[in-house]
Design a binder for this molecule. Structure first.
Ligand SMILES: [Fe+2]
Length: 190
């Protein structure tokens, strides 16, 4: 299954070589973390490979298979659609209905409150895989080997800081999710 999905993703992103390098980096980092934490490596691998599958589809293509509630919920932040569209595509083309895999793909941009470890590992790896060159990336990946929740918080903070630097106001939902993980980690030594 992994090899078939890998081929489909390579074909889909063939005109976006940097994105493909990123996706393979997410695959490498997340499967490594999956082994450390005794998670299902195949599940993590599938989610990692497929998470950006719909990244370069037009918004029209992305929302074609989404329900109205999802379309409305993220009308102000359409960057979210590509995750939902990729999850739909995986279900449709590969008949994969595993909720952890689908959630890891759907929510890979901001994460979500109450992520499973499979979701956390994909979320963190998307932020810190080797082709991510921002300063904190290495710190986040190292932290992930010690504690997933601390790494989730650090990855969220890096993405919020990036938005602020670009003078983009993070969405309320993104801030709520971040605040949730700050709470989860309260009192932990870093
Ligand atoms: Fe990604």
């Amino acid at each position: 299954m992994i090899e078939t999905i890998k081929k489909a993703v390579q074909e889909k992103l063939k005109d976006h070589p940097n994105r493909l390098v990123h996706v393979m980096g997410v695959y490498e980092t997340s499967t490594k973390l999956a082994k450390i934490y005794g998670l299902d490596v195949e599940k993590v691998g599938i989610a990692a490979l497929y998470h950006d599958y719909a990244k370069y589809d037009t918004i029209e293509e992305q929302i074609k298979y989404l329900d109205l509630a999802t379309i409305k919920a993220y009308a102000e932040t359409p960057v979210i659609y590509h995750g939902f569209a990729a999850a739909e595509s995986l279900e449709h083309h590969f008949k994969i209905h595993d909720e952890e895999i689908l959630n890891a793909i759907k929510y890979h941009v901001w994460g979500r409150i109450g992520m499973s470890d499979v979701e956390k590992v994909v979320f963190i790896s998307d932020s810190c895989e080797p082709s991510r060159k921002f300063y904190e990336a290495k710190v986040i990946c190292k932290l992930a080997e010690k504690n997933l929740d601390l790494a989730v918080e650090a990855a969220m903070k890096a993405s919020i800081d990036y938005l602020i630097e670009k003078e983009i106001v993070p969405s309320q939902e993104q801030m709520e999710i971040y605040t949730y993980y700050v709470e989860v980690n309260r009192g932990k030594t870093r």
